[in-house]
Design a protein around this ligand. Structure first.
Ligand SMILES: O=P(O)(O)O[C@H]1O[C@H](CO)[C@@H](O)[C@H]1O
Ligand SMILES: O=c1cc[nH]c(=O)[nH]1
Length: 244
């Protein structure tokens, strides 16, 4: 590909991001749902510009507490997250990538709306195969972002769980025992993107963290609505916005 690495030229376009000169900040929040990105831009940011609407994957840049920050949808699953995060890092020079997602709890101690910081991401994905590593790679968050997020949550009086999550390629799994097995290994919750984001960030030497809100409890069959997932996970958003 013919991109200038980390050029921060916002007139460059990729197959999926076309900023047309609009800035993309070095810190970006990444919800799966582009309408959650729009909600954050409209609710929290000042001086907002839209930098992407290719495929409806809405992206915005604005100011929060005086700091420049962007927010953009990633779509669902590691293929979608990994192509957007790769372009943001390698083409547009983004340095801090913070996923703000929903996740299904697989531990009894978790309840709807609880917040999870993913210190690590286990996965059933083959994404790591491209690196031809002579062993197993441990997929982890950036400690700097994790520490800053924990300090922010403490300051806001917001309790959080910090632990290992599952980034799965499968939402509707034929194997009904799979999540029980991950639960027995102490995995807190299941979602579909964090492992891809963390590997892309590690390979490029930039920072990534996933902050998740429990949208449903997989074993207790409790769930929030699609509208709640779009607009009501504000505690998670308010922690993430402080990381700019
Ligand atoms: O709410 P988002 O960020 O999309 O995250 C979760 O929701 C989607 C599945 O409903 C998957 O993308 C999963 O990771
Ligand atoms: O991937 C996901 C996300 C939310 N809830 C789930 O059960 N799975």
């Amino acid at each position: 590909m013919n991109y200038t690495d980390n050029g921060r030229n916002f007139f460059t376009e990729t197959p999926h991001i076309k900023p047309k000169g609009a800035e993309i900040a070095e810190t970006i929040l990444l919800p799966g749902d582009p309408l959650r990105a729009q909600f954050i831009a409209e609710t929290y940011l000042e001086d907002v510009v839209e930098f992407n609407r290719v495929r409806g994957m809405l992206g915005y840049t604005g100011t929060y507490n005086g700091n420049r920050i962007s927010v953009m949808g990633t779509g669902m699953g590691i293929p979608s997250m990994s192509l957007y995060s790769w372009e943001l890092i390698h083409v547009f020079g983004v340095k801090n990538l913070i996923r703000i997602g929903s996740a299904g709890a697989i531990q009894d101690k978790l309840n709807l709306y609880d917040i999870v910081f993913a210190i690590g991401a286990s996965t059933d994905s083959n994404y790591a195969k491209q690196y031809h590593l002579p062993g197993y790679y441990s997929i982890t968050a950036s400690f700097d972002l994790l520490e800053k997020a924990k300090q922010t949550a403490d300051r806001q009086g917001q309790a959080v769980h910090i632990g290992n999550v599952l980034s799965s390629d499968i939402f509707y799994n034929e194997d009904s025992t799979a999540l029980n097995k991950w639960s027995e290994m102490g995995i807190l919750c299941a979602e579909m993107e964090t492992a891809g984001l963390y590997m892309n960030a590690a390979r490029a030497g930039v920072n990534a963290l996933s902050i998740l809100t429990i949208s449903d409890h997989i074993f207790r069959e409790e769930a929030t609505t699609p509208e709640e997932r779009q607009t009501s996970f504000t505690q998670m958003m308010e922690i993430a916005l402080e990381l700019a």
